[in-house]
Design a binder for this molecule. Structure first.
Ligand SMILES: NC(=O)C1=CN([C@@H]2O[C@H](COP(=O)(O)OP(=O)(O)OC[C@H]3O[C@@H](n4cnc5c(N)ncnc54)[C@H](OP(=O)(O)O)[C@@H]3O)[C@@H](O)[C@H]2O)C=CC1
Ligand SMILES: O=C(O)C1=N[C@H](C(=O)O)C[C@H](O)C1
Length: 242
């Protein structure tokens, strides 16, 4: 069976990569390319929408897709725990949406490792760096990592400071520090402080090629998915820790 794919965010960095993957992958076919000038109806008739835009747009496009018989792969960042909870309630029984905070396999593994480590430390901070063209912060991966760490712990984390702006944005009790720099693709360090030790779990994306395997995996699985799936974990056979 050939899966026909509509791509929103087609003119962006990720859009270019995804077009190339669809072109090169047997069993995937391009149905429509959407950018900021396209009506949502341009996706109609596709088997799957893959969305790499920005959060406000993503919410609208996903809404259109699931009410018009189209399953969705979301790569757009900004789908935090609150938004995911609301989305889960909106998905009709016969539709599926997979929201993937990071398509890189190494990133999925590093979030899982950080989730395990987070149970053993009370002092945790995240430092993420991305290319200068990234418009959002903190990154979706950092938010998901913080939320996963917090959910896997028995007791809640509390950032040990008040309104000191230089100490980062607090997500689920964990300070997240964002850098936006020329020369960087994506880099995340989760740093754990213990008694007489620190542990750092670091993942570096050196090229956007790192996303290709995960994008293919999500697109090929998407038609059969039902309800909400978050992350590539289940597709990779990793039981999500939280
Ligand atoms: N999950 C993952 O592994 C990854 C996720 N991302 C995320 O993917 C998203 C896109 O990243 P990137 O490709 O770098 O971003 P770009 O800024 O390069 O591209 C953004 C795309 O969104 C489109 N867009 C913007 N506004 C609208 C709108 N109002 N309606 C419809 N389309 C719109 C743009 O169209 P136009 O040209 O017409 O403005 C463009 O095609 C971000 O959220 C990013 O964080 C990025 C890398 C990996
Ligand atoms: O915009 C990016 O580049 C990326 N965005 C995602 C995020 O916000 O986590 C995934 C990856 O880090 C690259």
């Amino acid at each position: 069976m050939t899966i026909s794919v509509a791509l929103s965010g087609a003119t962006g960095r990720m859009g270019g990569l995804i077009q190339q993957i669809i072109d090169e992958t047997e069993g995937l076919r391009l149905h429509a390319l959407l950018d900021s000038k396209s009506p949502a109806t341009a996706m109609d008739g596709a088997d799957v929408l893959i969305d790499v835009t920005r959060i406000e747009v993503s919410e609208q496009l996903v809404g259109h897709a699931i009410t018009n018989g189209i399953n969705v792969v979301v790569g757009t960042s900004g789908w935090n725990a609150d938004r995911l909870e609301q989305l889960a309630d909106r998905i009709p029984a016969e539709r599926g949406v997979i929201v993937v905070p990071n398509f890189s396999i190494g990133s999925v593994l590093s979030t899982n490792l950080a989730t395990i480590a987070g149970r053993f430390y009370d002092s945790i901070e995240i430092l993420e760096a991305h290319h200068a063209g990234k418009i959002d912060s903190p990154s979706g991966t950092a938010v998901r990592t913080a939320e996963r760490i917090a959910a896997a712990r028995e007791d809640a984390l509390e950032a040990p400071f008040g309104e000191q702006r230089a100490r980062g944005e607090v997500v689920a009790g964990i300070p997240v520090h964002s850098l936006r720099l020329r020369g960087v693709v994506a880099d995340q360090q989760v740093i754990f402080g213990g008694v007489g030790e620190t542990l750092t779990i670091r993942h570096e994306t050196l090229s956007s090629d790192a996303y290709a395997q995960g994008i293919r995996l999500a697109l090929e699985a998407a038609p059969e998915l039902r309800g909400l799936t978050v992350g590539l974990d289940a597709l990779l056979g990793i039981g999500a820790a939280a």
